[in-house]
Write a protein that binds this ligand. Structure first.
Ligand code: 6OG
Length: 159
C-alpha cells in the first residue's frame, strides 16, 4: 500500500520532575492528553512549525534552538491512505506560563502520574523511552483509534 505522508510536530515541555501535557478540546485526539503540535505548513520548517504550534496551543514561546528532536513516530490507521509522520521534540528552556487556549487545557504532570488511560494507546509504549532520555523511531498501525494492530520501535544513536 502506498501512503501519503503528512508531517506533524509534537512538543513536550519539561520542568523539574514534570512534563507538560494538554487536554485536547477539539478535533483529532479530542479528550486525550498529549504534547502540543500539529501539521507542518508548506511555508515553514519543522522546527518553526513545532514552535508555532506550541505557542498557538499553550501560549508558551520556545526558541527553535531549544527544541531537541528525540523521536520520529509514524502512525497508520487501517483503511486510511495517510501516514502521520510525527516529529517529537522536548524542551526544558522556554518563556511564559502555559495557558488554556481554544485547542488545549495545559497541565504539569509528575513523571510517575502520567494519565495513560486518557492518552493515545501508543503513548504508554514509547513514553518510558522518552522519559529515560532515549532517541527512537517507532511505527504503529492502528485499527480504529483505540486498537494497535502492530508496532515496532527502534532505539537510535542519533536523530
Ligand atoms: P492536529 O490534528 O491537532 O495534530 N498525534 C499523536 N500523538 C500521540 N501521542 N499518539 C498518536 O497516536 C498520535 N497521532 C497523532 C500529532 C495532531 C497532533 O496529534 C499528534 C500532532 O501533534 C496515534 O493538528
Amino acid at each position: 500500500m502506498t501512503f501519503l505522508k503528512k508531517v506533524y510536530t509534537l512538543v513536550f515541555l519539561r520542568k523539574d520532575n514534570k512534563i507538560l501535557l494538554g487536554l485536547k478540546k477539539r478535533g483529532f485526539g479530542v479528550n486525550k492528553w498529549n504534547g502540543f503540535g500539529g501539521k507542518v505548513e508548506p511555508n515553514e520548517t519543522i522546527l518553526e512549525a513545532a514552535a508555532r504550534e506550541l505557542k498557538e496551543e499553550s501560549c508558551v514561546d520556545v526558541k527553535a534552538s531549544e527544541l531537541q528532536n528525540i523521536a520520529h513516530l509514524e502512525f497508520t490507521f487501517e483503511g486510511d491512505p495517510t501516514m502521520m509522520d510525527v516529529r517529537v521534540f522536548s524542551a526544558n528552556v522556554f518563556q511564559g506560563e502555559p495557558k488554556e487556549t481554544e485547542e488545549m487545557i495545559p497541565k504539569w504532570f509528575e513523571l510517575d502520574a502520567i494519565p495513560y488511560n486518557d492518552m493515545w494507546p501508543d503513548d504508554n509504549i514509547w513514553f518510558p523511552l522518552m522519559l529515560s532520555g532515549k532517541l527512537f523511531y517507532g511505527i504503529f498501525n492502528f485499527k480504529g483509534f483505540n486498537t494497535i494492530l502492530n508496532y515496532n520501535i527502534q532505539e537510535l544513536e542519533s536523530m
